[in-house]
Design a protein around this ligand. Structure first.
Ligand code: GAR
Length: 223
């Protein structure tokens, strides 16, 4: 990328797209020095598509075969991405598992947000599982995507308290509010070229992150 060329983000969604909107708004406000080049959904009915269009962002839909798309889902997705030459791809509630081959092709250029304090609770239904386990804290993680599901190096986590009486809905709302803060923050570091992928690890400001950084929201919620 030559100096002065805007950093380009592609965002992949499957649903509501609240993280995508938070990222897009941060770009428009200038707190991420980037522009959202495209929002791509694997579902035609993803509510986030309308939200992105309302912000003037180009959208695309790449459907898997069972939803009426062609057999070559990942090549189509790769083509849609390449058409927009993203510097970074942000998975934001993208609920499809990508193949090792696809991930390896984009290694170091793809981030994800996952609703748990990874490595705890990889996979689905994280809020319900946290409640069932009786955990007292929960959160979200922004991590580089590797071929291991929800297993790539974590850059930044948000920590929230599990409150007495929490339901899946209240807990997920509390976690999501923090996702809208930490994901734009990490993408801002990317756009500033402060965050990099090197030797299979995340590096911030030239230092290897051997443990994730943590933003603790537990005190903030009580005050
Ligand atoms: C977010 O909470 C995100 O952490 C989660 O889906 C939600 C999407 O919300 N992602 C995963 O569970 C990925 N395994 P959004 O569409 O409103 O951003």
């Amino acid at each position: 990328m030559s100096a002065g060329t805007p950093f380009r983000l592609a965002i992949l969604i499957s649903g509501r797209g609240s993280n995508m909107i938070a990222i897009a708004r941060a770009c428009l406000a200038g707190s991420i020095a980037a522009r959202v080049a495209v929002v791509i959904s694997d579902r035609a009915d993803a509510a986030g598509l309308a939200g992105a269009a309302a912000l003037g962002i180009e959208t695309a839909t790449v459907l898997p075969p069972r939803a009426g798309g062609g057999a070559a889902f990942e090549p189509s997705l790769a083509g849609a991405l390449e058409a927009h030459r993203p510097d970074m791809i942000a998975l934001a509630g993208f609920m499809r598992i990508l193949s090792g081959r696809f991930v390896d092709h984009h290694l170091g250029r793809m981030l994800n947000i996952h609703p748990s304090l990874l490595p705890a609770y990889r996979g689905l239904h994280t809020h319900a599982r946290v409640l069932e386990a009786g955990d007292t804290q929960h959160g979200a993680s922004v991590h580089f995507v590797t071929a291991e599901l929800d297993g790539g190096p974590v850059v930044l986590q948000s920590k929230v308290a599990v409150e007495p009486g929490d339901t899946e809905a209240t807990l997920s709302a509390r976690v999501q509010a923090t996702e809208h803060i930490i994901y734009p923050r990490v993408l801002a570091w990317c756009a500033q070229r402060r965050l990099a992928w090197r030797e299979g690890a995340a590096w911030l400001d030239g230092r290897r992150l051997d443990a994730p950084m943590v933003e603790d929201f537990r005190a903030a919620a009580r005050s």
